[in-house]
Write a new protein. Structure first.
Length: 648
C-alpha cells in the first residue's frame, strides 16, 4: 500500500475516533443532547416495557382527597388519624411500615401526643420521612421534626433528580449531608436485613400487568379498617399522599403519560425503588463503556458508507436507513427484555463521521479543482483585460447592476472520472475539453468568468454590452452541446468514461464588477440570477436533458425554438419557473417536436387524455429523455407539468 493511501486511511480512522469521542462527550455535557438521550430512554421505559405481575410484597395506604375531606384542615394530615392508621396496620399484621409524611410542625397538642405515643410504642418496624435541608424545612421546623420523630426511625426523603430535565431517576443512599440518615429505600432494606449498594442507583421502574392495573395495590387510607387483613398481613405498607396537586414528581413516564404515572406521588416512587431491590432487578441502562463501543460501531458504519464516495445525497440516505434500523431494533429489543441501548450518542457519532469524512474528501477535491482553475487562468476573456485597460477606474471594488445572461456547464460524474484517471491523464483530458469549450464561448463573445474544477461559469453582456446577449448565449450553449457530445464519444472510444456535459442558461439582473481586496481582485457577477443559472444546470440530471434554460431566456429569443420541460420549483425557491430545452432548427422541424408540444399542452391544461397521449408518444419515441421523463411521471400518477425539486 502506498504512503498516500495509508495517510488517508489514518486520517479517516482518526475522524471516526474523534467523532465517537465528541458524540459521547456531547451527550453527557450538553443539556439538549443529554435531554434527548433521556427522552429516547424514557419513551421505551414508559411505553415499551414488558408487563409484570402486580407486587405481592408492597401495599400503598394512600391519603387521598376523599381522606382529607373527613377533616377540618388539609395540612398537616390529622395526627390522630395517622395514629389510628398505624395501629390498624399493626393489628392487620403488616411486616414493615414506611410513612412518607413529614412531621415538621405541631398541630393539635392532644393529637400530636397521641401520634407520638404510637410511634414509640408500635410493635411493627416503622420508618418515617425526614429532611434537614434548608430548602425544605426551616430551623423551627427541623427542631420540631427532630423532637417528634425518633432518630432510629428517620429516613431521608430526598429524591435523585436529573438536573437536565428535573425527572426523578435515581435512588439516593442518604448520609450525603451532615445529620442526614439513610435514604427512604435504603432504610427499608436495612430494616428488612438487606444491604443495597452504598452508591446512587438508577431506578428500574416496575410496569403493571396491564394499562388498567397499577404495579402496586393502592388502598385509600380511610378505608383500611374495613378491608381484609389478608391484604396487609406480612406486607410492606407505605403510607403517603396521592393528592392531585402536592408531592408530585416528574418521572421518565411523563414523556407518554400526563397522569399519576408521569407525575408520580412520592410514595409511589418509593414503592418502585424498594421493589427494585426486593425483586433484584438491575438498572436497565447499559454501562458507560457500552455507550462508547456502540457509538464507535455506528461511526465505523458511517466510515464504510463514506468509502463508497457516492456523494452527500447517497451518504444522507444511507445514514437515515442505518439510523432508522438502529432505533427500531433498539426499541424492539427492549420490548423483549434487552437493556436500554443508548441512541443519541451513536446516532451523533454516525452523522459526525459522515460529515467529517465528507469534509476531508471535499477538501482533497477542492485542492484538485483549484489546481485545474489555476492551470487554465489564461482563458479569462481578453475582452475583460481590454475593458480594464481602457477603464482603469473599474479596478475599484465596486459593481453595477445590469441584465446579464449566464451559462453554467458541468461534467456529469467528474469525481468518479478523477478517481479512475491518474493525474497526468486527468490533466490531459481536462486541458483538451476546456480548451475547446472556452474557444466556443469566446467565439460567441462570452466572458469565461471562472472554472470550478471541471465546471465553467460564463457571462454575456459584460463587461462589453451586447444587445443580443440572450440569444447569443443560447446559440453558444447549442454549439457547446455539439462539441461536448463529440468530445465525450471520442473519449469513450478511447476507454475513458467521460460523462455528459450539462448546461444551464438564465438571464436577469445581477451585480457585475470587481470584487475582492486591494491585493486580489476578481471580475465576476453576484446575485440570485447567478444562483438560479447554476441550479438550472443542475436540474438537467433529473430530466435527462443536457441543456435547460428559464422562461426569461425564451422570452428574449423569439427567433429560436425550445421544448418546454416543466413548471419547476427549484430547491430553495417558493415559486415555480418554467424550464425549457433549446433545440436546433433541424430538431424543431421534426415530427417529435410537434407532437411533444401538443402532449405537453395537454399536461399543462390537465387534459384527461394527457396520460394516454404521453404513453403513445413514449411508445413512438422511447429514447427521448423528456418524453421518458413525463412518461415515468404519468406512470407514477403525476398528470401535470408542475415539478417540485427536492434537491438542488
Amino acid at each position: 500500500m502506498s504512503a498516500k493511501f495509508l495517510k488517508r486511511l489514518a486520517a479517516s480512522l482518526a475522524a471516526v475516533l474523534v467523532a465517537t469521542l465528541v458524540a459521547v462527550y456531547a451527550t453527557r455535557t450538553i443539556s439538549f443532547l443529554a435531554g434527548l438521550e433521556n427522552t429516547a430512554g424514557d419513551i421505551r421505559i414508559a411505553a415499551l416495557q414488558p408487563p409484570q405481575m402486580q407486587s405481592k410484597d408492597i401495599v400503598i395506604a394512600a391519603i387521598t382527597e376523599e381522606t382529607l375531606e373527613r377533616f377540618t384542615y388539609r395540612a398537616p394530615v390529622d395526627r390522630a388519624f395517622v395514629a389510628e392508621l398505624l395501629l390498624t396496620l399493626e393489628n392487620k399484621g403488616a411486616k414493615l411500615i414506611g410513612v412518607d409524611l413529614l412531621f415538621d410542625k405541631p398541630t393539635e397538642p392532644a393529637k400530636d401526643a397521641a401520634l407520638s405515643k404510637v410511634l414509640r410504642n408500635l410493635r411493627v418496624p416503622l420508618f418515617i420521612s425526614y429532611s434537614n435541608s434548608p430548602e425544605i424545612v426551616n430551623e423551627e421546623q427541623l427542631a420540631f421534626l427532630q423532637s417528634f420523630v425518633p432518630e432510629n426511625m428517620r429516613a431521608s426523603a430526598h429524591m435523585g433528580t436529573d438536573p437536565f430535565d428535573g425527572s426523578v431517576r435515581w435512588i439516593l443512599p442518604g448520609l450525603d449531608m451532615p445529620g442526614l440518615p439513610l435514604g427512604f429505600t435504603h432504610k427499608a432494606m436495612a430494616m428488612l436485613g438487606q444491604q443495597p449498594p452504598p452508591q446512587q442507583v438508577e431506578i428500574t421502574w416496575k410496569p403493571g400487568p396491564d394499562v388498567d392495573t397499577k404495579p402496586f395495590p393502592v388502598y385509600p387510607a380511610h378505608t383500611l379498617a374495613v378491608l381484609p387483613d389478608e391484604w396487609f398481613k406480612n406486607k410492606i405498607v407505605l403510607v403517603g399522599a396521592v393528592l392531585s396537586l402536592t408531592d408530585r414528581h416528574r418521572t421518565p413516564m411523563s414523556v407518554v403519560y400526563d397522569d399519576y404515572r408521569g407525575n408520580m406521588p412520592g410514595v409511589m416512587i418509593q414503592a418502585h425503588s424498594i421493589a427494585q431491590f426486593l425483586e433484584a432487578r438491575a438498572p436497565q441502562r447499559l454501562e458507560f463503556g457500552w455507550t462508547i463501543l456502540i457509538s464507535l460501531g455506528l461511526a465505523l458504519l458511517g466510515w464504510l458508507v463514506s468509502l463508497f464516495k457516492k456523494g452527500i445525497v447517497f451518504n444522507g440516505i444511507a445514514a437515515l436507513v442505518i439510523i432508522k434500523l438502529f432505533w427500531l431494533g433498539s426499541m424492539g429489543g427492549y420490548t423483549l427484555g434487552l437493556p436500554l441501548v443508548p441512541l443519541v450518542a451513536p446516532t451523533l457519532a454516525l452523522v459526525l463521521t459522515i460529515w467529517m469524512l465528507d469534509v476531508l474528501q471535499g477538501s482533497a477535491e477542492r485542492r484538485q479543482r483549484q489546481f485545474v482553475q489555476g492551470a487554465f487562468s489564461r482563458y479569462v476573456s481578453p475582452a475583460v483585460v481590454e475593458h480594464l485597460l481602457e477603464s482603469p477606474e473599474n479596478l475599484t471594488v465596486s459593481g453595477v447592476r445590469r441584465d446579464l445572461t449566464f451559462i453554467f456547464t458541468d461534467i456529469a460524474g467528474f469525481t468518479t472520472l478523477s478517481e479512475k484517471l491518474d493525474s497526468e491523464q486527468l490533466s490531459d483530458v481536462l486541458n483538451a475539453y476546456l480548451d475547446g469549450a472556452c474557444a466556443i464561448i469566446l467565439r460567441h463573445n462570452g466572458t469565461v468568468d471562472k472554472f470550478i474544477g471541471d465546471a465553467i461559469m460564463s457571462i454575456f453582456n459584460a463587461p462589453v454590452l451586447q444587445t443580443d446577449h440572450v440569444s447569443r448565449a443560447v446559440r453558444c450553449a447549442l454549439d457547446l452541446d455539439v462539441y461536448a457530445e463529440a468530445f465525450r464519444k471520442q473519449k469513450i472510444a478511447e476507454g475513458i468514461p467521460m460523462g455528459e456535459t450539462r448546461i444551464g442558461i438564465h438571464t436577469g439582473p445581477a451585480v457585475i464588477g470587481n470584487f475582492g481586496s486591494s491585493s486580489r481582485m476578481e471580475f465576476t457577477a453576484l446575485g440570485d440570477t447567478v444562483n438560479t443559472a447554476s441550479r438550472t444546470e443542475g436540474v438537467n440530471k433529473y430530466f435527462g436533458t443536457r441543456i435547460c434554460c428559464t422562461q426569461s431566456v425564451i422570452e428574449a429569443c423569439p427567433d429560436l425554438k425550445f421544448r418546454p420541460v416543466g413548471d419547476v420549483v427549484l430547491k430553495g425557491k417558493l415559486t415555480g419557473v418554467e424550464l425549457y430545452n433549446p433545440v436546433t432548427d433541424e430538431q424543431a422541424a421534426s415530427e417529435l417536436y410537434r407532437r411533444y408540444l401538443d402532449v405537453y399542452a395537454q399536461l399543462k391544461n390537465a387534459d384527461l387524455h394527457a396520460p394516454d397521449a404521453v404513453r403513445q408518444l413514449h411508445a413512438d419515441y422511447p429514447d427521448d429523455p423528456l418524453v421518458r421523463f413525463h412518461y415515468e411521471r404519468v406512470q407514477a400518477g403525476l398528470n401535470t407539468n408542475r415539478v417540485v425539486m427536492e434537491d438542488k
